[in-house]
Design a protein around this ligand. Structure first.
Ligand code: PGA
Length: 251
């Protein structure tokens, strides 16, 4: 089964609205060169409306960096799924390691956010990944299994197909240390086996699994050559139009 590649830029807490619009414009031009892959950008909440307007006539998908688990209510500082869809947002990153490790989000919260995103028609990008300590303690597969199973709790099969997974080893994020393509492939294959157990083989073969963590122009081709790597979630290298262009143009 062939899965459509997805190259996603996570702009984190960088860029003002004006800067975000200029980057979005450059990425829209880059993405026009390809019809066989999806491109997504996730600006800060404050830039979403301006970037949405810039991308109106583009195939680039707009993503948010997080999403609340209720559609509205007394949740100071949160942004709900319906607020996002109202702006034209199509995807939402959920459970990013910075949310988990800096802001204390756990698998239960991640699962609630994911369910609310799906309810609103947003495509969730569920991020999972082990820390360096967990890898060294040989707990990688156990940690990932828990994050995946608890993250997808109560997601029915018909919706599971829409979920995008992102494997982001915490020790590789923003550190310049990438998992080797073989290490990433081993984990991606394991995640697909877990999905087959949780759901079925067809769903396991349909769900896109992205790799994230120091993805750069010089390692994207080798990563994308792995059979179970369907795309990339890119931080640092997504902020520069030339390096993100090279990532989108992977061969
Ligand atoms: P990085 O970030 O590419 O800068 O390592 C990836 C991410 O946090 O999604």
């Amino acid at each position: 089964m062939s899965r459509r590649p997805l190259l996603a830029g996570n702009w984190k807490m960088y860029l003002t609205s004006g800067e975000a619009v200029r980057l979005a414009q450059a990425i829209a031009a880059i993405s026009r060169e390809h019809t066989d892959r999806d491109v997504m950008v996730a600006p800060s909440f404050t830039s979403l409306a301006a970037v949405a307007a810039e991308l109106r006539n583009s195939a680039v998908l707009l993503g948010a960096q997080n999403v609340a688990w209720e559609q509205e209510g007394a949740y100071t500082g949160e942004i709900s799924p319906r607020m996002l869809t109202d702006l034209g947002v199509r995807m939402a990153i959920i459970g990013h390691s910075e949310r988990r490790h800096i802001f204390g989000e756990d698998n239960v919260m991640v699962n609630q956010r994911l369910l609310a995103a799906l309810d609103a028609g947003l495509v969730p990008v569920l991020c999972i990944g082990e820390t360096l300590d967990e890898r060294q303690a040989e707990a990688t597969f156990k940690v990932l299994e828990t994050q995946l199973c608890e993250g997808l709790e109560n997601v029915p099969p018909a919706r599971a197909e829409q979920v995008v997974l992102a494997y982001e080893p915490v020790w590789a994020i923003g550190t310049g240390k990438t998992a080797t393509p073989q290490q990433a492939q081993e984990v991606h294959h394991f995640l697909r086996q877990l999905l087959a157990g949780l759901y079925d083989k067809k769903i396991a073969e349909t769900v896109r699994v992205l790799y994230g963590g120091s993805v750069k122009p010089d390692n994207i081709d080798e990563l994308m050559a792995q059979p179970d790597i369907d795309g990339a979630l890119v931080g640092g290298a997504a902020l520069n139009p030339d390096s993100f262009a090279r990532i989108v143009h992977f061969t």
